[in-house]
Write a protein that binds this ligand. Structure first.
Ligand code: PLP
Length: 424
């Protein structure tokens, strides 16, 4: 791999093994080692690896020579997905957004949403937040915060104004007040923005959660000024935070929503923008792409919607996600108290922040040691200071406990090592 694959590879460096098969929350490597997967495709495998309710449907679809590629032609698979999405996701939440299929990565959905906001308002600047991650293609990269992805490219990126997120390593901040001063003061020095792009829970930035009050305030502010509110729900959506959309808890309706990762149901590539009808001003084909019609993803996506989401906004699946999230926090609370670790998050999107960990243990070494003990869990944050737990939402209670026990054991062991070193 070192010889043939580009230096740009990333997860492969953190989790160096050769993986051969996977089921639900368990990954297997070539030598038979089993890992619990609390990375889950960086939030893509919300229903686990190879979920049974979908697998046979995909096999049948292939067996019957269903289309696999369809540009944006009307196909039975796409029509079925749109029917299921409208029936089980949009309608129960009182949403009438249209669905735009983008090229199948999150960054392209963000790209489309930003373009559309600029087209519909006739203005160029976009407001995004420090710590936000929205992808790495040019338009989305401009909105991403991290210097790691932007180094050497700043001068090539479209106009974006970054505000501090309401919570960050530097503490709480009144982002709305700053936004108000920038937009309402004609001498503030910026053009009125086309849109505000926000993650309601920052995934890559360190699992910071925006409050309901902030989200409601942002919605009201955008309404007052004719600015579009775009929620990037690529990582936090599809049930991750304990509701289908991560913004439901605030009772707001964004103008545009981006979804990718778990929407494809089976880890299959798919990305969409949800558009309030009045903003759907695209010319036919204006934002196109060869791979906007991944038919297998449509089949899988429709199947998981029917299986997990057919019983309303407060159905069994989201109640289970919330219960598991609460159980995980309870499980980790004594460890956090012992070592001065901050626990943040919502549902099954949890972060352990080691910035002030008493024993000098770092999230990066915890991630490495967990891997050696059969748990795959990644880091995030400005300097990899946060351990991010993203198990499949379908993880069994037993394997959730086992994974968390591994984290507890590893942190305690590393802390004891550091304490011994200090004593010596
Ligand atoms: N937006 C958010 C919130 C994300 O977490 C990600 C990926 O992690 C993206 C956008 C970009 O998605 P992709 O990597 O599929 O381009």
């Amino acid at each position: 791999m070192e010889r043939h694959e580009s230096r740009v590879r990333s997860y492969a460096r953190s989790f160096p093994d050769v993986f051969t098969s996977a089921k639900n929350e368990v990954l297997r490597s070539a030598d038979g080692t089993e890992y619990l997967d609390f990375l889950a495709g960086a939030g893509t495998l919300n229903y686990g690896h190879n979920p049974e309710p979908v697998k046979q449907l995909l096999i049948d679809y292939l067996q019957n020579d269903g289309l696999t590629h369809g540009l944006d032609l009307v196909t039975a698979a796409k029509a079925d997905f749109l029917d299921a999405f409208s029936r089980y996701v949009l309608a129960p939440r009182g949403l009438d957004h249209r669905v735009q299929f983008a090229s199948p990565s999150g960054t392209n959905a963000v790209e489309a949403a930003l373009k559309l906001a600029r087209l519909t308002t006739g203005r160029a600047p976009v407001v995004a937040f420090g710590g936000g991650f929205h992808g790495v293609s040019t338009g989305a990269l401009a909105a991403t915060g991290s210097a790691h992805y932007k180094q050497g490219l700043y001068g090539t990126l479209p106009t974006t104004v970054h505000l501090p997120y309401p919570d960050s390593p530097l503490g709480a901040f009144d982002s709305l007040d700053l936004l108000r001063r920038l937009v309402e003061d004609p001498s503030a020095g910026i053009e009125k923005p086309a849109a505000v792009l926000v993650e309601t829970v920052q995934g890559e930035g360190g699992v910071y959660v925006a409050s309901d009050a902030f989200l409601r305030g942002l919605r009201e502010f955008c309404d007052r000024h004719g600015i579009l509110l775009i929620v990037d729900d690529i990582q936090a959506g599809c049930g991750r935070t304990g509701a289908f959309f991560s913004f439901e808890r605030a009772g707001i309706v964004p103008d545009l929503v981006t979804l990718s990762k778990a929407i494809g149901g089976y880890g299959l590539p798919m990305a969409v923008v949800l558009i309030k009808p009045e903003h759907d001003i695209w010319l036919p084909g204006q934002h196109n792409g060869t791979f906007r019609g991944n038919q297998l993803a449509f089949v899988a996506a429709a199947a998981v919607l029917r299986h997990y989401w057919a019983d309303g906004t407060e159905g069994a699946f989201v109640r289970d996600v919330r219960a598991k999230g609460a159980a995980a926090r309870e499980h980790l609370a004594p460890l956090a108290a012992r070592h001065g670790i901050a626990v943040r998050g919502l549902g099954l999107m949890l972060g352990l922040d080691f910035t002030r960990a008493a024993a000098g243990v770092t999230a990066a070494e915890v991630s490495r040691a967990c891997f050696e003990e059969g748990l795959i869990v990644e880091t995030c944050g400005r300097a990899d200071e946060v351990l991010k737990l993203l198990p499949p939402l379908t993880v069994t209670d037993e394997n959730l406990r086992r994974g968390l026990d591994t984290v507890v054991r590893v942190v305690d062991r590393l802390a004891a090592r550091d304490a011994e070193a200090v004593t010596a």
